[in-house]
Design a protein around this ligand. Structure first.
Ligand SMILES: Cc1cc2nc3c(=O)[nH]c(=O)nc-3n(C[C@H](O)[C@H](O)[C@H](O)COP(=O)(O)OP(=O)(O)OC[C@H]3O[C@@H](n4cnc5c(N)ncnc54)[C@H](O)[C@@H]3O)c2cc1C
Length: 438
């Protein structure tokens, strides 16, 4: 089954369970409470119950999706899962916070919901869950500013949050009487436990497999460099995939994602990095022999189709995945898939891998450099100038309908090009985009 079909199936199963559970919860709530005699207070009470059940369901899904992200990477891509999680966490927060607010409004008393009363344990654990949730949310906002170890400990709190919330829901929620609600809680519990086991095994495996050592740091342009890593163990990946890098230093360094720019056939692992902030600066200052911990490979920004022409559209350091793909494809003697690289950078000095790209002499590979800095236009005979646009695509891409368009570059470039390609009639399934957000 192709990745897209598998992703579709996985999505249907996951969303199907969420929708089905919500349906059961709505039925449970509106089944037990008489809908006649509804007044403002009872509506607030019902909303409190509904937001509580939905909040618990979404929270469990959030924890489950985090624990199994490495498994579901093959269907959706880890980067897309992380983006989804960040948005979904905010959505979940609305329900989790609304739950005590509705109850407090309905009972006109706020204290039992904010000050844990340990003589009523299920209610007290509900209030504590709320505080843990707030701590985890704040930590995930400032995640880049805290150490990886601290983040790991805070992550452990999410399990406490889950079990406290489950205890609260089972022992305090009136809907637990229903068998259908019990079954949903059972499925959630089993899924969460499976997720925890999966994550634990993955972490143990990764502890031994993820150690790499700096072999070289090579400056590419004024603000980019390539980190060359070696390891005694083999590391397999597909061209276009990325890894999380972590530094084995006791400082405040979280993990950060970087795309592998070497080809899967090379002995060394390379990452081409643009200096952006604290982590990339720390990477640039690594010394030969220092340890870098690698978690990966992840992502589905890879070539699955061997027939269509490939159009790689890169901006700046967005060339990294394409370098891996181009090396991988052009190394093979029997390569018949045509590749055209449209590579946008500010000036010719900013072109990363210029020499290596110029040295690839294969009929199947063509490249065009597009310079955007108007000061370089005068001496730019051998380049296109301005931004990659409809005119440039029409000029260089001969068979638009039989081409796959891969895009990796700045946000504005991606958004503009998406519109341009839509205008050119490119099927959205033939546009594959990588996002260097973080
Ligand atoms: C799937 C994926 C693959 C990636 N592959 C690559 C790759 O191959 N090469 C690469 O170079 N990058 C890549 N990235 C991006 C890379 O992960 C980030 O650039 C990097 O993690 C930034 O970390 P940092 O600590 O150095 O910068 P940060 O400090 O996190 O800064 C990042 C950005 O935020 C801005 N910023 C920081 N602090 C502030 C502030 N206080 N106010 C306003 N703006 C601020 C910075 O100017 C910068 O633009 C990839 C990202 C993803 C998701």
């Amino acid at each position: 089954m192709r990745t897209r079909n598998k992703a579709g199936l996985a999505l249907v199963v996951l969303c199907g369970f969420l929708v089905f559970s919500l349906f059961i919860f709505v039925r449970a709530i509106f089944g037990f409470d008489s809908l006649q005699n509804l007044n403002f207070t009872s509506i607030l009470y019902l909303l409190g119950k509904l937001t509580g059940l939905a909040g618990f369901l979404f929270l469990s899904f959030l924890i489950f999706s985090g624990d199994t992200a490495r498994f579901f990477d093959r269907f959706f891509g880890m980067d897309k899962i992380i983006k989804f999680q960040r948005k979904f966490a905010l959505f979940t927060m609305i329900f989790v916070l609304a739950h005590p607010i509705f109850f407090a409004l309905s009972s006109k008393s706020i204290l039992p919901y904010v000050i844990p009363d340990f003589s009523v344990m299920p209610l007290a654990l509900g209030a504590i869950s709320l505080y843990i949730f707030i701590i985890v949310m704040i930590a995930s906002k400032i995640y880049k500013r805290i150490s990886y170890n601290l983040w790991q400990y805070i992550h452990l709190l999410t399990y406490l949050l889950f079990f406290f919330s489950l205890y609260h829901a089972v022992n305090w929620g009136s809907d637990y009487r229903l068998i259908s609600v019990k079954i949903i809680y059972g499925i959630i519990l089993i899924s969460l436990l499976a997720g925890i086991i999966y994550r634990t095994f993955y972490k143990i495996k990764q502890k031994y497999a993820g150690k790499f050592y700096v072999q070289e740091i090579k400056n590419e342009t004024e603000n980019t460099f390539t980190l060359v890593l070696k390891s005694e163990k083999a590391f397999s990946f597909k061209a276009g995939q990325f890894c999380f890098l972590r530094l084995n230093k006791g400082k405040f360094y979280a993990r950060h994602p970087f795309t592998i720019s070497s080809s899967p056939k090379e002995a060394r692992l390379r990452f081409t990095v643009k200096l952006e902030g604290r982590f990339t600066k720390a990477l640039s200052e690594l010394k030969k022999g220092e340890e870098v911990i690698i978690d990966g490979p992840f992502g589905i920004f890879t070539i699955e189709d061997e027939q269509k022409n490939l159009v790689f559209i890169a901006g700046g350091v967005g060339i990294a995945p394409f370098m891996s793909m181009i090396k991988d494809k052009t190394i093979a003697d029997n390569q018949s898939q045509n590749i055209i690289l449209l590579y946008g950078s500010k000036t010719k000095e900013d072109i990363i891998y210029r020499e290596r790209l110029d040295n690839i002499k294969k009929d199947c590979f063509k490249k065009v450099y597009i310079l955007s800095d108007s000061r370089s236009f005068l001496k730019a005979d051998e380049y296109e100038t301005g931004h990659i646009n409809e005119e440039i695509i029409r000029k260089y891409v001969k068979n638009i309908n039989n081409s796959l368009f891969y895009i990796c570059g700045p946000e504005s470039m991606k958004n503009n090009l998406k519109g341009t390609l839509n205008k050119l009639g490119v099927n959205k399934h033939n546009i594959i985009i990588e996002d260097f957000f973080w």
